[in-house]
Design a protein around this ligand. Structure first.
Ligand SMILES: *Cc1c(COP(=O)(O)O)cnc(C)c1O
Length: 360
């Protein structure tokens, strides 16, 4: 990506959100507001919805939310769970969904996996046999540890539990990893826009299945701001219940076109190539934190194995214009993270890695 003058002092973002935004998309955020109840805004919302449906391979409902993804994580719980939900926890973001269920007075069952590991299918199946629940929450790509869980296989397990909805956090996979919402039979798939979708933060979207909307209709106390039924009613006429972030709608319209124009398959392959560059580099110099069978295509947690302090790597990178991410929580002193998602190209990754090489 090219740099503008004003951009030259800013650190380049290799963190798992916010990510770099294409300069031409950034300009959409300077456009003047229009009336959000006009036909023009309606057409904009319908266009964004159709493009998001293409991205997620769905003909079902897409809801647009002026919030970050966490708002939609809470929405999924409030709309679709009266009492019981099973939360698969294999890192900080999947744990967040459990905490949200607790905070909303639900009775979540927590199914833990060691950090660095994906969701285990047999353990999930056994837990569902033991605990009949209304829904399961899963984080597709656990950003805190750089682990991707096998979504298709998880969806297959859920097919044996037809009363249980499958709620998926795809915050750091949507736009970087294929997600076939209808084919897999997902019920909610949500993301915020500042990760692999590569827009400034402050907006989120989700696909919601017809059966999830039916379920929501029977759930009391769904709240107002994130009421899926109300959001769907407005979405059907090209509106949102509240005043939406119009700049984000402009930006999404443009960016989703760029993503579809790149070609979804090409975009997914580019992410795999960027991931391989970082993974190979990390293996040669240091080590990988995550289970080698579940390495994330969008973010890598590098284990420093006492060869170097993670904060020294971060400080060196910063001095050379790059912002990397520290390890999450307890992993702070053992790992650092490099994100390779969104608008970054292989050349950007190579430039970063050859700079970091001066440390070794
Ligand atoms: C960043 C992130 C979130 C939180 O997203 P916000 O937009 O900050 O609410 C949730 N889940 C995953 C996997 C993430 O990476």
């Amino acid at each position: 990506m090219s740099k503008t003058q004003a951009d030259s002092q800013r650190l380049r973002l290799f963190i798992p959100g916010p990510t770099e935004v294409a300069p031409e998309v950034l300009q959409d955020f300077a456009r003047p507001p229009i009336g959000h109840r006009t036909d023009e805004a309606g057409e904009l919302i319908f266009r964004v919805t159709r493009k998001a449906q293409k991205l997620l391979h769905t003909t079902q409902t897409v809801l647009l939310s002026t919030s970050s993804a966490t708002g939609l994580m809470e929405a999924a719980i409030r709309n679709l769970v009266q009492r019981t939900v099973l939360c698969a926890v294999n890192g900080a973001f999947s744990e967040r969904w459990y905490k949200i269920a607790v905070a909303n007075g639900k009775e979540p069952v927590r199914l833990d996996f060691p950090p660095g590991k994906p969701v285990d299918l047999e353990a999930l199946r056994n837990a569902l046999r033991e605990h009949p629940v209304e829904a399961v929450t899963v984080v597709h790509n656990e950003t805190s540890t750089g682990v991707i869980s096998p979504l298709a296989e998880i969806a297959e397990v859920l097919r044996d539990f037809p009363e249980t909805l499958l709620l998926v956090d795809a915050v750091t996979s949507m736009g970087a990893v294929p997600i076939a919402f209808d084919e897999l039979g997902l019920d909610v798939c949500l993301a915020s826009v500042q990760k692999a979708l590569a827009l400034p933060p402050g907006f989120a979207l989700c696909a919601v299945s017809d059966r999830a909307l039916e379920r929501a209709a029977s759930v009391p106390n769904r709240g107002y701001y994130f009421d899926f039924i109300l959001m769907k009613e407005y979405a059907d006429r090209g509106q949102t219940p509240i005043t939406p972030s119009l700049p984000h709608l402009y930006g999404l319209d443009h960016q989703l076109s760029r993503i579809l124009d790149e070609g979804l398959e090409q975009r997914y392959q580019r992410h795999l190539r960027m991931a391989a560059l970082v993974q190979n580099w990390a293996r040669e110099r240091l080590a990988l934190f995550a289970d080698p069978a579940a390495l994330s295509p969008t973010v890598t947690a590098v284990a420093t194995e006492d060869k170097i302090a993670p904060q020294d790597v971060l400080a060196f990178a910063r001095k050379h214009g790059y912002l990397l991410a520290s390890g999450y929580g307890q992993l702070k002193h053992k790992t650092f993270r490099i994100a390779h998602m969104g608008e970054l190209q292989e050349q950007d990754i190579q430039d970063l890695l050859s700079t970091l090489d001066r440390l070794f």
